[in-house]
Design a binder for this molecule. Structure first.
Ligand code: ASP
Length: 584
C-alpha cells in the first residue's frame, strides 16, 4: 500500500508469520504488563495485537507508555505465531501477533466522552460524537451493509435496463401526504420552493418524455413527526416505467429484493411473492401491512351476532374476534383490555375456554348456542372480541394480533415473509374533514372498470396501488398511474378540488398529460427501512450516518440553527418572535 501501512489490521493470518508488517489504526486497548505492553490495534477490518518489548525496541516501548485509547498509531514489526495458550479465538487474527520494532504516534486523542465498547450509551451522546460512534462495530456493520444493499439494487436496476436520472430537490409541493419543507428564495422574496417529498411528478414526466425506464436512489424530504421508522430525509429506490402492467412493476421489484438478499448472503424469498387484496388483509390481519409469519387470524362474526342478546354485539357495525392459544388470567385480560382501549376500543369482550373445556366469561350467559358454536375454540384458548365500526374493529384487532404474536412468542424470527398487498381503495374519507382523500397519492389509477365509480361510488372504487410488505413492515408503495388528463381531473374533483385549484397546483402536469402520455407506473422502496430489516435494527437511525434526533435536530453540527437578521431581510422574512428565535 504505502508508508502508513502495507496491510490491514484484520488481515493477518498464520501464513504471514515471519514477514515484516506495517499497520496503522486506532488503539482499542492497551495493557501494560510491567515490561511487555500489549496494544489492540483496530481498523475497519478488525483488530491485531501488537506486543512491545522494551528489550527488543526500547524507543517503541517509551512511545507505548504515552499511548491511550483511540490514539492513532503506526507500527512496524515482525509477525509471529502466538503460543498455543495465548491464541485468541474471538478475533480472526488471534493466532498471530506483531512483535513491534517501530511505533509511531500519529495522532493523540482527548479522553473519550464514552467508551467505545459500552453498549449502553444514550443516543444523544452517540449522535453528538458520531465520529466515535461510527468507529464501533455496529455502525461499521450497518453502513457497510447499507452500501452492499444499495450496490445490489443499482446492479439489478442496470441489468433491468433502467437509467439513473437526477431530479430537482427544490420544486413545487408534491402531494405525498406529509408537509413540505420550504426554502425561501432570495431572488424572489415571498416565494418558496418545496423540498421534494418524492420525485413523483418528475418521474411521470420522464415517461411522457419517452425515457421508458427511470430509476434513482432519491432523497425525499418530509416534514413529519419523527418516529422509529421516520426521518425528515430518507432515501428511496424510486422508479417508473412506460407501458407496464401491474405485474411488470412487481416483477422489477421482486428481482431487486432477491438480488439484495443474495448480496447480503441471506436466503432469498421465492418469486413470485404472494399477493393479498387489501380487503382480505384488513379482514384477516386487521392491517394493510400484515405480518404473516404467524396465524392468529381474525374471524368475522357479524352475521351470527345480528340477533344476539348481548346488546354490544347486536348493535355493532362489525363483530370480529381472534382466538389466542392461551388461557389468560383475569389480570392479563385486564391488561389486554387496557391495551385495546388505548387504540380506541370501548372494551374487550372475551370467552376463556379452560383446559377442561369449560367456558369462563361474563358474557357467555347472553350468547346463543349458535353463537357459541360459531366461536368454537379448542380447550386452552381465549377468544377476544371487538365490536364497533369496521375501521375500529380492524384497527383494534390488528394491533392486538401483533401484540399477542410478540407476547406469546408466535413469530418465527428465522422466517422471511414478503408479500404484495393489492387492490387498495382509491379514496378514503378523511376523518377530520369528511372529504374523500387519496389512499396512495392522487396520480394512482383506478382499477380497470372502476373509473365510473370515481363519481358514483368513490368509496367503492379500487385502485391499481400496491404495497410491498416484509415481515409486517411496509417496504414501499407504487401504482399504475392515471395517464389520461380527463380521468386525472375527475380524481381531483372527487377529492373536492375545484378545477381552478387543480390547475393552479398541477396545471403544468395536466397539460403534459394532454400531449401523448403513455400508460405508466412505478414504485418507491424505502432504502433505510429495507436495510434496517436486513440489519435486524428496529430504528432506521441506526442505518443513517448522521440522523436527526426524535425532536428533529442534529446534535453533532448543532442544526437547525437561527440565522442573522441580515439573511432574513434578504429573504424578505420577518420573524413573529425575534427575541427567542434570533441568535439563541
Ligand atoms: N412516490 C410514491 C411514494 O413515495 C411512490 C410511487 O408511487 O412510486 O410513496
Amino acid at each position: 500500500m504505502n508508508r502508513w501501512r502495507d496491510l490491514y489490521c484484520g488481515e493477518l493470518r498464520p501464513n504471514d508469520v515471519g514477514r515484516t508488517a506495517t499497520v496503522a489504526g486506532w488503539v482499542a486497548r492497551r495493557r501494560d504488563h510491567g515490561g511487555l505492553i500489549f496494544i489492540d490495534l483496530r481498523d475497519h477490518t478488525g483488530i491485531v495485537q501488537l506486543v512491545v518489548n522494551p528489550e527488543r525496541a526500547p524507543a517503541a516501548a517509551e512511545a507505548a507508555h504515552a499511548i491511550r485509547s483511540e490514539f492513532v498509531v503506526r507500527a512496524v514489526g515482525e509477525v509471529v505465531a502466538r503460543a498455543p495458550e495465548a491464541v485468541n479465538s474471538n478475533i480472526a487474527t488471534g493466532e498471530v501477533e506483531i512483535q513491534v520494532d517501530q511505533l509511531e504516534l500519529v495522532a493523540r486523542s482527548e479522553p473519550l466522552p464514552f467508551q467505545l465498547d459500552d453498549d449502553n450509551v444514550e443516543e444523544p451522546l452517540r449522535l453528538r460524537y458520531r465520529y466515535l460512534d461510527l468507529r464501533r462495530d455496529r455502525m461499521q456493520r450497518n453502513l457497510r451493509l447499507s452500501h452492499t444493499v444499495v450496490a445490489a439494487i443499482r446492479r439489478s436496476m442496470e441489468e433491468q435496463a433502467f437509467i439513473d436520472i437526477w431530479t430537482p430537490t427544490m420544486t413545487l409541493g408534491t402531494p405525498e401526504g406529509a408537509r413540505d419543507f420550504l426554502v425561501p428564495v432570495r431572488l424572489q422574496p415571498g416565494t418558496f420552493f418545496a423540498l421534494a417529498q418524492s420525485p413523483q411528478l418528475f418521474k411521470q414526466t420522464f415517461m411522457i418524455g419517452g425515457l421508458d425506464r427511470y430509476y434513482q436512489i432519491a432523497t425525499c424530504w418530509r416534514d413529519e413527526d419523527l418516529r422509529a421508522d421516520r426521518q425528515f430525509e430518507f432515501r428511496q429506490l424510486d422508479l417508473e416505467l412506460a407501458f407496464p402492467r401491474r405485474d411488470d412493476v412487481m416483477d422489477v421489484l421482486e428481482r431487486v429484493v432477491v438480488a439484495s438478499f443474495e448480496a447480503v448472503g441471506r436466503t432469498p424469498p421465492e418469486r413470485p411473492f404472494p399477493r393479498l387484496s387489501y380487503a382480505e388483509a384488513m379482514l384477516r390481519y386487521g392491517s394493510d401491512k400484515p405480518d404473516t409469519r404467524f396465524g392468529l387470524e381474525i374471524q368475522d362474526a357479524t352475521e351470527v351476532t345480528r340477533g344476539s342478546e348481548f346488546g354490544v354485539f347486536k348493535s355493532a357495525e362489525r363483530v370480529r374476534f381472534l382466538v389466542a392459544p392461551k388461557v389468560f388470567s383475569r389480570a392479563e385480560l385486564q391488561r389486554l383490555e387496557e391495551f385495546a382501549k388505548e387504540w380506541g376500543a370501548k372494551g374487550l369482550a372475551y370467552l376463556v375456554v379452560e383446559e377442561s373445556g369449560e367456558v369462563r366469561s361474563p358474557i357467555a350467559k347472553f350468547l346463543s348456542e349458535d353463537e357459541l358454536a360459531a366461536f368454537a375454540a379448542p380447550p386452552g384458548s381465549t377468544i377476544l372480541f371487538a365490536a364497533d365500526t369496521q375501521a375500529m374493529v380492524e384497527r383494534v384487532l390488528g394491533v392486538l394480533r401483533s401484540e399477542l404474536g410478540r407476547q406469546l412468542g408466535l413469530i418465527d424470527e428465522a422466517q422471511d415473509d414478503l408479500l404484495w398487498v393489492i387492490d387498495f381503495p382509491l379514496f378514503l374519507r378523511d376523518e377530520d374533514t369528511g372529504q374523500w382523500t387519496f389512499v396512495h397519492h392522487p396520480f394512482t389509477s383506478p382499477l380497470d372498470g372502476h373509473e365510473d365509480l370515481i363519481e358514483s361510488d368513490p368509496g367503492g372504487a379500487l385502485s391499481q396501488h400496491y404495497d410491498l410488505i416484509w415481515n409486517g413492515w411496509e417496504l414501499g408503495s407504487g401504482s399504475i398511474r392515471v395517464h389520461r388528463q380527463e380521468v386525472q381531473e375527475r380524481v381531483f374533483r372527487a377529492m373536492g378540488m375545484t378545477d381552478e385549484e387543480a390547475h393552479a397546483k398541477f396545471g403544468w402536469f395536466l397539460e403534459a398529460l394532454q400531449m401523448g402520455a403513455p400508460p405508466h407506473g412505478g414504485f418507491a422502496l424505502g432504502i433505510e427501512r429495507f436495510v434496517a430489516l436486513f440489519a435486524g435494527e428496529a430504528n432506521i437511525r441506526e442505518i443513517i450516518a448522521f440522523p436527526k434526533t426524535a425532536s428533529g435536530s442534529d446534535p453533532l453540527t448543532g442544526s437547525p440553527a437561527p440565522t442573522t437578521q441580515e439573511r432574513l431581510s434578504e429573504l424578505g422574512i420577518r420573524l413573529a418572535n425575534p427575541e427567542v428565535e434570533i441568535g439563541r
